[in-house]
Design a protein around this ligand. Sequence first.
Ligand code: PEP
Length: 251
Amino acid sequence: MGRQYVIAGNWKMYKTAEESREFVRALAKEFSDAPGLTVIVFPPFTSLQAVSGLDPRVHIGAQNLFFEEQGAFTGEISALMLRGLAEYALVGHSERRQVFHESDGDVNRKLLAALAAGLKPVLCVGETLPEREAGQTLDKVKGQLDRGLAGVTGGDWERVIVAYEPIWAIGTGRNATPQQAEEVHRHIRGTLGEKAPGRAIPILYGGSVKPENSLELLAQENISGVLVGGASLKVDQFSAIIRSGLKLLGA
Ligand code: PEP
């Protein structure tokens, strides 16, 4: 199989439903479909209805979910509720882990709940700056993968995506060099190969991805796409990153 790229945008707590709809309409005019390209946006929950089904080339994901199906969990949204509105779901984004104190155990329950509901979870992993400086990056990421992916079996692996997002590179303007990213991606590829032999699980890089650095990052052997925060909020920037993927696909 040739190369495949996932270009994903995490909008965090930005954009109303109307702004989200306008964005997807405008984005869809800026790129043409190509074999091997998957474009996903992750709007806030309140925008999912507005963008769901708007354009078949722009896939939709949720930024989070709760692992119970229903119950007395004020303010939470279950995987069951997302069905039909979202195809993908982020789990374990570093902001969820750091600001909302989600543990690897929580992240694992969310990932399994997403899979059980037929969603495609994107498991986010990554080290802090002190962990990188202490030489702990590969161990940290391996631990997050071991705990986050515990209990995934059989055909469910087909729907798993991993995103490597070094925390020191998120929203800081300081991206990992393509070589730094590739080193960790190669390690993740090896770990996933042991867990799910023969499955081509996409591994996305995230952390200050911009039009200017996207081509070189995407050109790395084990980088199968990018998860973009800040630059995914602007149609011109996000579509330029999509075009980097298209260029490498030869489209
Ligand atoms: C993110 O939110 O996942 C992210 C990588 O953000 P940014 O691109 O702004 O660093």
